[in-house]
Design a protein around this ligand. Sequence first.
Ligand SMILES: [Zn+2]
Ligand SMILES: [Zn+2]
Length: 386
Amino acid sequence: MTENIEPDPELVGIRHYLHAHPERSFKEYDTSIYLADQLKAHGIEILDNPLETGVVGLIRGGGGPGPRVALRADIDGLPIVEDTGLPFASVNTGVMHGCGHDLHMTGLLGAAFRLAARRDRFAGSVKILFQPSEETGQGAFAMIGAGLLDDVDAIIGTHNNPNYAPGQVAVGADPMMAGCVRFQVTLHAEGTHAGYPHKGTGPIEAMASMVLELQTIVSRNISALHPLVLSVTEVHGGRVWNVVPAEAGFQGTVRYFHKEDSLLAERRFRAIVAHTAEAFGITADVEWDDFQDPVVSDASLARAVAADVPGYGELEPIRPSMAGEDFCEFADVTRTVFAFIGSNGAQGCADWHSPRFVGLDASIPTFVDFYEKAALRVLGELAAGR
Ligand SMILES: [Zn+2]
Ligand SMILES: [Zn+2]
């Protein structure tokens, strides 16, 4: 599918500008002005956006009324010092488009330009959503809270993926990005002289035991056919060598692809912590924050979108990512389709959030094609009542 790989010079210029000027989450002020200017320059209506950053555009089809589909791209950079050596590397020191959101913005602009130029081809409307603050996991929530999804019948999003080559697309009914839990455990004991442990209780042995036992959730409770990881990433307790402390604790994360697995993991987690604490004669508090659901597309819409991919790219199997995405929030309010678009594909290339992460310009045409074709396909599916 190499005929699509020569990117439009206007879009390459946009991409290089955006890459060189990344901004932090919820601080995407200049990015938002730039994106709105681009939409206006192509005759696209800008709608009111109650949020401080982000941009909302609307393209009304010339074919009369019909469903409304939203296309979403996230727009924030990361607090990373870029180390790619690219000629268009970040000029905002300490901030980098290290997740490739510059490619998402460029692809969505390209699709919006095309849809606006050929609006007579469709009925209904396409809402263009440039979402702030994906990296904090709060931007999608903010957009939903601001009512920006209220008039939308479905939403389509993408993430570039350096593990796929430019021209490759992965979209379908299988889970794509992991659900994410943050847990925090605090242990309360009596504390005592280290030479007289029998005169109190201590949290350290209980904590050590819990950290090991919790791995049996993965090895004994969850189906071996369902990926789930549990990582304890921080432990603390005690200050000095001769006192048994009264308090200790740990925190970490669970990543999963099936909601029922996270519910089972939570039940087992709480049981292991409570009963281990009891066995050691201490008490424990558990905070279980179900931070993000897995990203899973609406099955019938995703299959319809996938069927069009061979017309402009290579359809690849979904290789799920253990990273999270706040696109999952939209599934609570509307139908969703999410796709990975290949952005590098070289053996051993740096992945998202690395200072050496490089997304290639050659991926831009596939972003444009995907957003455009998926919007038209989903409008058609919705109009047909599917
Ligand atoms: Zn990211
Ligand atoms: Zn990202």
